[in-house]
Design a protein around this ligand. Sequence first.
Ligand code: SAM
Ligand code: SF4
Length: 328
Amino acid sequence: MSWYTFVVQDGFGRNIDYLRVSVTDKCNLRCVYCMPPDGVKQVRHSDMLRFEEVLRVCSAAARLGVCGVKVTGGEPLVRRGLTGFIRALKQSACLKNVTLTTNGLLLSGFLDELLEAGIDAVNVSLDTLNKDVFRAITRSDGFEQVLYSIHAAQEASISLKINAVPMRGVNEADIVPLAELARQKNVHVRFIELMPLGLGARILPIPQAEVKAALTQAFGTLEKFEGRLGNGPASYYSAAGFAGKIGFISALSHSFCGSCNRLRLTGTGLLKTCLSSDIGVDLKAVIRSGGSDAAIDAAFRSAVMLKPAGHDFHTNQHVKKNMYSIGG
Ligand code: SAM
Ligand code: SF4
């Protein structure tokens, strides 16, 4: 196996070394900020990229210097053949770091296969430790199953992060208990500022400063952690007596666009340049018109050069976009 050392830069001098890949729009939960209660309009099977097509894109990304791929969705574990795809990402696409983000419902049943496939880390999304609040947020049962998966992943020594979205009037009371998980175990708990995208635009976020103040009051001073954990934009803090770190991903109050390192591939093959923008390159068209590997590389490079300087969440309306298609 060889990893590529070249790194592609965008028009603003940012190194692009990370790709988020959405493998399905489908999900077994209906989170209020992401999916409508009745689920989503079915995308025709033939309109979705097949795994071998996604693999060609990821191989192109690796050739151009991308070293990390996050597999996301919808809920990636509902797509059949996912663990085989992850194995192929590690083995044939030569990706150094392949990680998964999941709602955790099906995770415990896939842990052995994921480890065998070479998964490097898993993020589990969990916004509450209260069963009733979980049902209200996800419009589903399954709270115990998610907790069980988290426990099983810890037992299996998988590198684990928990992602929570604080929402005004919904889960304020969970901020401290969720952070508490990082005290007891070496798991990093990250608070993601709700972005005004799709259904998320109808719910009020809780800004990072407020979350941090609540945590400081509960746990004492949070010390900035200067090391790097993973591929993402989170800023991390240590608290006294904590085994894991507390992280913040705050696109609105603490924009990280200046150091953004990523592109996003949707399930239907659009290589998106920014979460808040529809500008991108249709890689499905390139692949299905018989495009060579060189053509895919060139299309990937052109998407990199289309990347905007920053998001426009403050100025534009994004209610028509869907996080379940983009993958977060
Ligand atoms: N189903 C998987 C999961 O929930 O982890 C993967 C897909 S989900 C779209 C990825 C992440 O996006 C989740 O952590 C979710 O909480 C987050 N998310 C969804 N909508 C969001 C929004 N409007 N603002 C911030 N984060 C959001
Ligand atoms: Fe499903 Fe994840 Fe969206 Fe929740 S956030 S509805 S788990 S895709």
